[in-house]
Design a protein around this ligand. Structure first.
Ligand code: PSU
Ligand code: MN
Length: 309
């Protein structure tokens, strides 16, 4: 029994030629942004990766097949579909085995990228430790995935709806390198900066690629989290967002929102409470992450022969 996997021609060719490829997730399309901005953003992200000299591979499960790269038609259909499953480590195999369709979260996209031998992945913000996790125990599977699957993930930090100090504590405990790009503090998704000092800082894609390869050389499992600050002109000051995040969290509580629904609910409410400003910033940071991820993938293929070794 093998994994039913389909690769678009451009991704397959780039991989076999040892050229740069960047994995992209699909939960941000189905659960993170409204239609049509979700599809427009997904296309713009792919264009950004191409402009930076790499091939984009948007990942999803469609009718039981793991798709590595999505055709424009499939991307559009996924972006408009209702009730698509949100797949993580726990449910991706069951979805494929039963012929289902689902969007991949950071955790599931890392698993798929690694299966396809893609070493770099760009997203918006990773999942993490939710506020109140001491009673809800809600901690994203993204964190454990970073600890065990060797993919470098470029994100604007963890989403600021989370408990950021606890999220980074857990990453430290799990042995995940957290690298801030060109600054000393960790970014906070919609804001470029936070009071949290970054455990590691790197100023070039080349260094990030070297560190990725060194982990493989040393047999260290797991990936790296590269935290790339949102462009300064696109950020929303934390003071502006903080009360709105509190309001959205209180509403989630009142409505009894739990488990996988929490993050999509909070992002959706913030979109409404900010009159769309949270989405505009989210789009800017994803595009920025796509550019850096492409530069890292290009550096990785130049340093090695493109294989993960
Ligand atoms: N980045 C975004 N928006 C998103 C996500 C990332 O800008 O919606 C998705 C990712 O797929 C991530 C998921 O894995 O949110 C986290 O979900 P949870 O908190 O339920 O683990
Ligand atoms: Mn969760």
């Amino acid at each position: 029994m093998s994994v039913p996997m389909m690769m678009t021609d451009d991704v397959a060719t780039a991989l076999s030629d040892g050229r740069a490829v960047v994995a992209l997730e699909s939960t941000i399309i189905t659960h993170g942004m409204p239609y049509p901005q979700n599809v427009e953003t997904a296309r713009a992200v792919e264009a950004e990766v191409r402009a930076a000299g790499a091939t984009p591979a948007t990942i999803a499960v469609i009718d039981g097949v793991l798709q590595i790269g999505l055709s424009p038609d499939r991307l559009d259909a996924l972006g408009q579909a209702n009730g698509v499953a949100k797949l993580s480590r726990a449910d991706i195999a069951a979805c494929i085995a039963t012929g289902g369709t689902g969007a991949t979260t950071v955790a599931a996209t890392m698993i798929a990228a690694h299966l396809a031998r893609i070493g770099v992945f760009a997203t918006g913000g990773i999942g993490g430790v939710h506020r109140g996790a001491e009673t809800s125990f809600d901690i994203s599977a993204d964190l454990h995935e970073l600890a065990q699957t060797p993919v470098t993930v470029v994100a604007a930090g963890a989403k600021a709806i989370l408990d950021l100090p606890k999220t980074f504590e857990v990453l430290e405990t799990l042995g995940v390198p957290v690298i801030a790009y060109r600054q000393d503090h960790l970014p906070a998704f919609w804001s470029a900066n936070s009071p949290l000092p970054a455990p590691l800082r790197m100023d070039s894609a080349d260094d990030i690629a070297k560190a990725h390869r060194m982990r493989a050389e040393m047999g260290l499992p797991g990936g790296q989290l590269v935290t790339n600050p949102i462009p300064r002109d696109a950020q929303i000051p934390h003071e502006t967002l903080a009360p709105l995040i509190d309001q959205a969290l209180a509403e989630a509580d009142t409505h009894g929102i739990t488990a996988k629904e929490v993050t999509p609910f909070l992002l959706g409410r913030l979109f409404e409470l900010t009159d769309g400003a949270s989405l505009t910033a989210n789009i800017a940071l994803v595009l920025n992450n796509a550019r850096l991820a492409a530069a890292i993938a290009v550096a990785l293929s130049a340093q090695s022969d493109g294989s993960l070794g």
